[in-house]
Design a protein around this ligand. Structure first.
Ligand code: HEM
Ligand code: HEM
Length: 263
């Protein structure tokens, strides 16, 4: 027997895929109609008329496979990225702890980035540079935990009375921030590999090399890493903070409070 998921996917395919739009589930091919004709109520035939005989087109096996996985995947993704929990009024303690940990780590990371020596060709990996790498890897690890927690636990429902465009904009900014928390460390790590610099995690272990030193075509990773950090991330965080303060001090609602400890 098919398992639960398999059955759902099969029935989804049978209903909506691989058949022309005109051939809806309630319509039958004339062969099926002929078999069931005795049982069909007369009015059905009178109102709907004789169904068109359209062949069932079986897709190529590769296409079947993509379809079988894309639909459940998209459903999962939609649920995971929205994941509004009706009975939740504030973020979970873990979500709050991870949120404020990331803020603290980012402050350290920017302090290191702006005080470490400028990284050029053959710059030695001094302590500050090495700390920048280690804290960056730590941010990546915390971001993975955070995203897993977010997907597993969702977020509280939007506060009442907030216009929908603001809720949408907040969601977009949150997901861009999540994306950057992955992209920035990966770009930095790629650039360090490209420069032939070892990426150690506080001297405990060394991260694998992502690419060969000076691999042609990858010099841009450093500039893009610095640009995205200093302009895109900082601008988005600025917008995010201004929005949180606006909610707290101007609107006086609970948006900031539900991310603070003790709520
Ligand atoms: C979210 C985490 C990170 C942030 C916010 C961040 C931020 C920055 C910033 C602002 C700069 C520019 C510094 C300057 O003004 O010269 C920079 C440069 C750099 N970072 Fe990061 N960094 C992060 C993670 C990492 C990681 C994990 C690595 C390596 C493992 C790394 C490697 C580098 C390198 C190699 C440069 C020099 C790039 C160049 O100028 O070509 N970063 N980083
Ligand atoms: C002073 C700095 C910050 C303040 C005051 C702040 C405030 C908040 C508040 C009030 C929320 C809840 C929003 C809501 O319920 O709709 C929130 C959520 C969020 N914040 Fe911040 N934040 C700050 C810094 C940051 C930083 C640096 C990042 C990451 C780069 C970040 C990423 C996020 C994300 C991704 C969410 C969504 C939470 C989730 O869906 O799990 N925040 N923040």
């Amino acid at each position: 027997m098919k398992t639960g998921l398999g059955r759902i996917v099969r029935s989804f395919e049978d209903r909506y895929r691989f058949r022309p739009m005109s051939c809806r589930p309630h319509r039958r091919t004339s062969n099926q109609v002929a078999k069931n004709i005795g049982t069909l109520p007369r009015r059905w035939f009178q109102t709907v008329g004789a169904p068109i005989d359209l062949p069932y087109v079986k897709p190529a096996p590769s296409l079947r496979k993509i379809n079988a996985w894309t639909i459940p995947f998209l459903q999962w993704l939609a649920k995971a990225t929205q994941g509004t929990q009706k009975d939740m009024t504030s973020y979970t303690g873990t979500a709050k702890a991870l949120h404020w940990t990331i803020l603290a780590l980012l402050i350290v990371q920017f302090a290191l980035a702006w005080t470490m020596p400028h990284i050029g060709r053959d710059t030695p990996v001094t302590t500050l540079i090495s700390l920048h790498f280690s804290f960056g890897v730590l941010i990546l690890l915390v971001a993975v935990l955070r995203l897993a927690w977010r997907i597993g636990h969702g977020e509280p429902e939007p506060e009442k009375g907030i216009p929908q465009w603001q809720t949408m904009l907040a969601r977009i900014v949150h997901w861009l921030l999540y994306a950057l928390l992955f992209l920035l460390p990966v770009l930095g790590w790629t650039n360090a590999s490209w420069r032939g610099m070892p990426v150690s995690f506080f001297g405990l272990f060394t991260m694998p090399k992502i690419m060969a030193t000076r691999a042609p075509g990858w010099a841009w990773t450093g500039d893009v890493h610095a640009f995205l950090s200093e302009y895109v991330l900082l601008v988005l965080v600025g917008l995010h903070v201004v929005a949180a303060l606006y909610h707290h001090f101007v609107r006086g609602d609970g948006v900031l409070r539900r991310m603070l400890p003790g709520t």
